[in-house]
Design a protein around this ligand. Structure first.
Ligand code: ZN
Length: 314
């Protein structure tokens, strides 16, 4: 415990500030010009802070609904009907499952498909290769570990909203999470008609109550020791890069949780002249006009933008 707070660092709670910009614009610059500007900023930077949202995984090829869901979750659609919930993995997670056996039957399947076994890393690798030599850190709201699988060391990652590999006490009665990969695989093998055998239902080892995924959906989300260690490393990185040539490279961050990456990134650029922002998004790459040419917002297919930028850099 004494190792904490000894290094100068920015606290995550202080980083989490900033508000909806009142002067958002879609920059009126041709695509190739935007790509050139982004590549130039990156080539001149010593530090790159990556901020990844759901759009990054989607751009890289992850699928959550549509035909993918129909094909992979037919068992659950048959039992629960398609209705409002069984349309995609996001909505289905909110289904009021009748019991724990059914809940874990569903969630083990989603955790494996959307996280543990998901591999859409070629785009992530392209990006990491292009940034070779830069001091990197990743702040991510994704729970799918794609950058880690693409080779970014765990100690350079702060995955704030949880992990598809972990489970926790539903009430968050103690600050620990549990690796559930092996359990999920067993659930997946033994599931019948959407339900797992009763003996596989996990129980909280402390209070004996129900358990749940370690995904931030309410105030009971457990921030375990690894989470706090990552938070500390992120804070140290921020303190270090604040007065250096730094690019904040935002990847597929929309407006679901803009307070974690989008707004804080804009505030950092506003307050530090040496920091610039590159925002890549399929449709939400608007940037505050007041940031001038210290922000580049590229509204396009992100997979294409990343490849085009990488081609110039490598
Ligand atoms: Zn408990």
């Amino acid at each position: 415990m004494f190792s904490r707070n000894t290094k100068k660092r920015t606290r995550f709670s202080d980083f989490l500030s900033g508000d909806y910009a009142r002067d958002y614009i879609y920059q009126d610059i041709p695509y190739t010009g935007q790509i050139d500007r982004a590549a130039k900023l990156l080539s001149e930077a010593d530090y790159v802070l990556l901020g990844a949202g759901a759009g990054m995984s989607t751009a890289a090829g992850a699928e959550y609904g549509g035909r993918f869901f129909e094909e992979n979750f037919a068992e659950f659609q048959k039992i629960y009907g398609k209705g409002l919930y069984m349309q995609d993995m996001y909505s289905a997670g909110f289904y009021p499952f009748p019991d724990q056996e059914s809940k874990w039957g569903y969630w083990a399947h989603q955790a494996l498909l959307a996280g543990i076994d998901l591999d859409v890393t070629p785009l992530h690798k392209t990006l990491l290769d292009a940034l070779t030599g830069k001091k990197l850190f990743l702040l991510s709201t994704n729970a799918d570990h794609q950058f880690e699988k693409a080779g970014l060391p765990t100690e350079k990652i702060f995955q704030t909203q949880g992990s598809y590999r972990l489970i926790q006490c539903r009430r968050g009665c103690h600050p620990k999470t549990y690796d559930a990969e092996a359990l999920f695989r067993q659930m997946e093998r033994e599931r019948v008609d959407g339900r797992i055998p009763h003996e596989l239902v996990p129980k909280c080892p402390v209070c004996g109550g129900e358990m749940t995924m370690n995904l931030r959906v309410d105030d009971h989300f457990v921030e375990d020791e690894n989470w706090h260690d990552a938070e500390e490393r992120f804070g140290c990185f921020l303190s270090e890069c604040k007065d250096k040539k730094t690019v904040l490279l935002e990847l597929g961050v929309g407006f679901n949780t803009p307070t974690i990456i989008r707004f804080p990134f804009e505030k950092l650029v506003r307050e530090h002249e040496n920091i610039t922002l590159i925002r890549l998004s399929r449709s939400k790459a608007m940037v505050p006009a007041s940031l001038g040419d210290r922000a580049v917002g590229i509204n396009a297919d992100m997979a294409q933008s990343i490849e085009d930028i990488a081609r110039i850099l490598v």
